[in-house]
Write a protein that binds this ligand. Structure first.
Ligand SMILES: [Zn+2]
Length: 263
């Protein structure tokens, strides 16, 4: 059976509603509907799940997916990861997580990369855009002052997984274990040039302007990772690769942080 493109949105919305019910009395997990976007009388909620540990968190990390509406693997992986957290909260030990599984819900419902008006959401952050999706997400980025920002994407031209690193100088030490762990499902891109950027062992150190990052005024800079799967691989493999990358990044971030504290 072939899924109609927008089916992913319907399936993800159903899974989100089920997840909301199953975490209703969970000690660490909470759901918020941040806002609703309106397009032609249709409503598109912006969802947020939070994970809060018992003790004071060492790091606050934001995970953003579905920024491009034709990349459903990241949203599915967020929900999978939250499912894993229900039974195994140690996956996010010492971290507070804010998870935004569908940042561009109207685009996802149309199965198109851009917002319904054709704008690429990942090129208009911190540009004074009045686009409601940008304003809501920029508010989150400003209020939480994240220590780490992870954006999940899928690339239909890449031959394997890769990532962009920005922000804190140590960020590449978090992407490397993520690539290692995710390569159990999808190999690393071997290309020296990915998406027009010079890549070394699937790591790119430059980036487009206007992508989802911390506020330009935030200091010190958080670690900023864009993790990309290759959309040439099956959706299931992409979801597994994303989920593995999330776990590896959290583990490495905590390890790095405890080294920095000399624990
Ligand atoms: Zn993307």
């Amino acid at each position: 059976m072939q899924l109609s493109p927008s089916s992913h949105y319907k399936i993800l919305e159903t899974q989100i509603q089920e997840l909301i019910v199953s975490i209703s009395s969970h000690p660490h997990l909470t759901y918020y509907q941040l806002t609703t976007f309106y397009y032609q009388a249709q409503q598109f909620p912006l969802h947020k799940f939070t994970f809060t540990p018992h003790q004071d968190p060492w790091l606050t990390i934001g995970i953003f997916a579905g920024i491009h509406g034709d990349e459903p693997a990241g949203p599915y992986a967020c929900l999978d990861f939250i499912q894993k957290l229900i039974f195994n909260p140690t996956l996010a030990q010492n971290c507070r997580l804010l998870i935004y599984p569908i940042c561009n819900p109207a685009g996802l419902s149309l199965s198109q990369r851009t917002l319904p008006n054709g704008l690429d959401l990942n090129r208009i952050f911190w540009t004074n855009s009045q686009q409601p999706e940008v304003r809501s997400l920029e508010n989150e980025l400003k209020s939480y002052h994240f220590d780490g920002i992870l954006a999940l994407h899928s690339d239909d031209t890449a031959d394997g997984i890769y990532g962009y690193v920005g922000g804190d100088l140590l960020t590449r030490h978090l992407l490397e274990p993520a690539l290692q762990s995710a390569s159990a499902f999808i190999p690393r891109s071997q290309s020296p040039l990915i998406d027009g950027w010079k890549a070394t062992n699937a790591i790119i150190e430059q980036c487009f302007n206007g992508i989802l990052t911390a506020s330009p005024s935030q200091f010190p800079k958080p670690f900023e990772i864009v993790f990309e799967t290759s959309a040439k691989f099956s959706l299931n493999l992409q979801i597994s690769a994303h989920t593995a990358a999330i776990s590896a990044i959290l583990e490495a971030a905590i390890r790095l942080h405890s080294h920095a504290l000399n624990l």
